[in-house]
Design a binder for this molecule. Structure first.
Ligand SMILES: [Zn+2]
Length: 112
């Protein structure tokens, strides 16, 4: 039997880090902060979010910095950008379908 499942990455937001000088190439205002969400799918139905990824990338030298290595300035920028970033509900569709089916089975038992 063929089972289709896997993980996809969903882009949520990318914004420029204001007044930030790249530590690698010393360019001003060339660093962008990106937030993405990984979700698990089963038979092409998004099931649940598995991981949020936060990183910065310099447009000039392509230096990548993971959230774990953020400076105070990058952490502050991230908390601001996070407020403008909405996590959509559709990556959890499969979870809602399962909860809906369980509720229907439960209600069916009560009514009988
Ligand atoms: Zn750079």
């Amino acid at each position: 039997m063929f089972i289709n499942y896997g993980s996809e990455e969903l882009h949520l937001n990318t914004e420029k880090v204001p007044n930030y000088t790249c530590k690698n190439c010393a360019s001003l205002n060339t660093t962008y902060l990106t937030i993405t969400l990984n979700y698990f799918y089963l038979y092409w139905v998004p099931f649940c979010a598995t991981q949020k990824n936060v990183y910065t990338k310099c447009e000039n030298c392509h230096q990548y910095i993971d959230k774990k290595q953020f400076s105070n300035q990058l952490d502050f920028t991230y908390s601001n950008i996070k407020l403008n970033t909405k996590i959509p509900i559709w990556p959890f569709s499969g979870l809602f379908i399962v909860i809906g089916l369980i509720l229907m089975m439960y209600l069916d038992k009560i009514i009988d």
